[in-house]
Design a protein around this ligand. Sequence first.
Ligand SMILES: Nc1ncnc2c1ncn2[C@@H]1O[C@H](COP(=O)(O)OP(=O)(O)OP(=O)(O)O)[C@@H](O)[C@H]1O
Ligand SMILES: [Mg+2]
Length: 498
Amino acid sequence: MEQNSFLLQISGLSKSYSGVTVLKDVSLCFGKASIHGLIGENGAGKSTLIKCLNGITRPDRGTFLFDGQPYHPSVRRALSLGIVTIPQEFNLASSLSIRDNIFLGCELRRAGFLDHGAMRRRCNELLESLQCDLCADTEVSSLSIAQKQLVEIARALNRDCRLLIMDEPTTVLNPPEVNNLFRIMRGMRERGISMIYVSHKLGEVKEICDNVTVLRDGELICQTPISEVDVKEMANRMVGRELKGIFPEKRKVSADAEILLDVDQLSQSDRVKDVSFTLRKGEILGLAGLGGAGRTELAETLYGVRRKKSGRIFVAGKEVRLNSPSQAVRCGIAYLSEDRQKSGIIQDFGLDMNISLISLLKYCRCGFINKSVELKQAGMYRERFRIKSPSLTSPIRELSGGNQQKGAIAKSLDAEPRIFIFDEPTRGIDIQSRGEIYQFIHSLASEGMACIVISSDLEELIGLCPKVAVMREGSFAGFLEDEHINEKEIMYLATGVK
Ligand SMILES: Nc1ncnc2c1ncn2[C@@H]1O[C@H](COP(=O)(O)OP(=O)(O)OP(=O)(O)O)[C@@H](O)[C@H]1O
Ligand SMILES: [Mg+2]
């Protein structure tokens, strides 16, 4: 192929952090008007490759050609060439409106003055093209994580881009939202734009990408047309061996198992309406629904983040008041938030201090934190979840996204809960570790913990949960069991449309 038929060529890219090699002599080509999948396990180096490319991180070695011309990455040069990135951990100013975020640094002006009207119009057009019913003036802090993802996408679309890099854009999007994004991506490809698409959802990679690149431990394993690999083959190449099914066998709880959680006509503003259900010891209940259906609001009400308006909650037969997370923790309820940045973990702390955060008392002796117990416990979790981190004390922010998520699970678990609410537990987690987390949720359940799993990944709900509740507009639209748990019935209840 002629050289300038490529949009981007990377040769000999290497990067290490304090002696640890993260990218090893990676050479790659990205064609024009095409969608390139980039896959690999947590910590394989995907985000680092992207940060080297868009100028956020300085590579140790490597050269880049963009459109046949030498390109020396810097944030400014990347933008001026039209290399736009939607980062894995969002980058929005939460106290600003959607419009201000989208136009930050590229404000529209007329006769030297900010043209607010034009910006609002353009912003609403963009939001409309994404088919989401958000309004330009809404403050970003009030958005759900799926909505924030859409704002990041809108912001990227607003820039004149030639190469759009998306680092896990669909982690918490629902099937219709994903389809919508794919529709937009296909439209962009038609207009000649190339995309790099990082994802752990291999089925989506197969569906949308023209070719796929596999990284393993910082090394390039292959770059092939998507037609030459199926999902299974992609997974095998990622982990370097044959990967078996990732879902453990479902186990039913007996009908007379103790009821650990009994929710009776619970309401919270207009996001949770009159919700009733019970959760037995050892049960794994899936919670499905479209974005905005109220699943996270329900979880936050049960965890004391939101105040209920009416209704009653019983834990192990006793009525409880849950007005704060600490009350919920005392009642034995744990909640893994969908948004790591909001309430999950503290970026500047290491694994050790993050894990002991909720159950600090356990680590205290005579008013001091017993550091060695804390480290031992963190080490145990690191092994159990294969958390890849330079050390137990290095700041969480230096860990890859998936490894941060594993740390967040360890942290909630350390409070030894009886009821565990997982909100998008495998967000950003690679296929092998996902299997481990499923195994793990199953073993918690078989030890008697009651689990609620909120997920926008239908495959996950279908494979993992013996029972699924579907929410629509704040209410429970129905429960599904056994063979009724399938994509069609879930979507039917979630949308109300057959
Ligand atoms: N600033 C940093 N300091 C030290 N180590 C880092 C830093 N940034 C990344 N790393 C390490 O580099 C490795 C690769 O991380 P990277 O974020 O590129 O992985 P990834 O493939 O994107 O994984 P994920 O799927 O979990 O997002 C990880 O082991 C991570 O701990
Ligand atoms: Mg990453």
